[in-house]
Design a protein around this ligand. Structure first.
Ligand code: SF4
Length: 431
């Protein structure tokens, strides 16, 4: 089968989206392509950012290819599935421009995973995949009848048929990905890196997926949930291929980059630097030293709250006290040139205490952000604790709550984010 895989051309005007806006490799499409090609399918993969194609140009390229199936993602790469733009405006714009010229259409991403029926209706697609998508995309490519493909939702008259729960990919045996030279050449961005000297091109890779914790704010119930570690040889082969393409920095999109000595020891001898997101309470000083020796130049560590009560309210299951966390961050900074402690705006944390703690860390060279507000994503425990299982209006409810509850937004967000219906009015087919 001829299959088109599309990462649309993202725009964030008026969005609450607070993830990075630079281009990144669309890993979910990369894996899908590898699995499809291994089964003999003919695949064209497009990326609006890396190929500088807007949604109309992407649609024309797909139409010229004449695929029997077109897959579009509703979040700009797996890295941002947990903090995706709530609005479906961008994939909707692509599909509208495609206007039925791409064969059967499929949406993959966090929206269809949590709220399949409104995603089918808003986008007007023939199927959405629920959960991690790569194996299900292959099943769709090989099924004539889509009414019973697992982990999907499909239109059924005026209704939407939901076929089972969400899918978790096998992941551990995923092959090394190979990206086009031109895409890598268009990826100078070093994700979450803030030092002045940056060498080589950037890329994103995945050594593990999921996380054994269940913090209340973390939107991973429907995807990237259970912790899995990828075959090390495949990870290293992928990184070696990237280095050969001129990459000097890779960002591990892993939800939680856990200490893994064999990977770190293998990276020591490789000419590449890297960044990670992790929990500092899971590292020991000797492993932090190895992390730095392996080439880590950026750590983003979720501390979230500076009180035991606050961390408990977030279900962090953190065994260290706040001083011990600070000490470890400072140790990390001795070996890694950029270390960030993430904080969330918590009632338990008094402003003066937060300011003093930030000052202490900043004096030691560790960046600690101003506490940021939480968006209750439908795939997070906090959404479900507040409103129960996501229904068809889950994103609208989360969005309204966020806009109403917070009058002060993080300095990396749009100052005046718009309500969801306003963001989706121009493109979505309607509910
Ligand atoms: S430790 Fe990080 S990735 Fe894991 S559940 Fe908590 S926030 Fe999510």
């Amino acid at each position: 089968m001829r299959v088109a895989l599309v990462n649309p051309f993202w725009m964030y005007d008026g969005s609450i989206y607070f993830g990075c806006r630079n281009p990144h490799l669309p890993l979910e499409l990369g894996y899908s392509k590898a699995l499809l090609e291994a089964r003999g399918h003919d695949v064209m993969m497009l990326d609006g950012q890396l190929q500088a194609l807007d949604n109309q140009a992407l649609a024309e390229a797909v139409a010229n290819y004449r695929p029997e199936m077109t897959v579009v993602t509703t979040a700009p790469t797996y890295l941002f599935w947990r903090c995706a733009p709530p609005e479906l405006r961008v994939p909707a714009e692509f599909l509208k421009a495609l206007a039925g010229r791409g064969g059967r259409t499929v949406a993959v991403g966090p929206h269809g995973s949590a709220t399949p029926a409104p995603t089918v209706r808003k986008l007007g697609v023939d199927a959405v995949v629920r959960g991690e998508c790569e194996e299900i995309v292959v099943q769709l490519a090989e099924a004539r009848d889509w009414s019973r493909v697992p982990a999907t939702a499909v239109p059924d008259g005026d209704d939407v048929r939901i076929n089972g729960g969400v899918h978790a990919s096998g992941f551990v045996d995923h092959p090394p990905l190979h990206w086009p030279d031109a895409w890598i050449a268009n990826h100078p961005h070093h994700h979450h890196r803030f030092e002045e000297v940056q060498r080589g091109l950037g890329a994103e890779v995945e050594a593990s997926r999921g996380c054994p914790y269940n913090c209340t704010f973390c939107a991973k119930i429907d995807f990237r949930d259970k912790y899995r570690r990828r075959n090390l040889d495949a990870v290293l082969a992928e990184i070696d291929g990237l280095i050969a393409q001129g990459v000097g920095y890779v960002y591990f999109v892993d939800e939680i980059f856990l200490p893994q000595k064999p990977l770190l020891e293998a990276l020591v001898g490789r000419d590449v630097q890297f960044g990670v997101q992790t929990r500092i309470d899971l590292w020991k000083p000797d492993l932090l030293e190895l992390l730095g020796a392996a080439g880590c130049v950026s750590i983003e560590a979720g501390v979230e709250s500076l009180t035991v009560e606050g961390r408990e309210a977030l279900a962090k299951r953190c065994r260290l006290d706040t001083d011990e966390l600070a000490d470890l961050l400072i140790v990390a900074r001795r070996h890694v040139p950029f270390v960030q402690a993430n904080l969330i705006g918590m009632e338990e944390d008094e402003a003066e205490m937060v300011a003093a703690w930030r000052d202490r860390l900043l004096a030691a060279g560790v960046w600690a952000n101003e506490p940021v507000p939480l968006y209750p994503y439908p795939s997070s425990p906090s959404y479900r604790a507040k409103w129960g299982e996501p229904d068809d209006l889950a994103w609208e409810r989360a969005h309204d709550h966020y806009l109403e509850a917070f009058d002060r937004f993080s300095d990396i967000q749009e100052q005046r984010p718009l309500p969801l219906p306003a963001l989706e009015r121009s493109c979505c087919a309607g509910r």
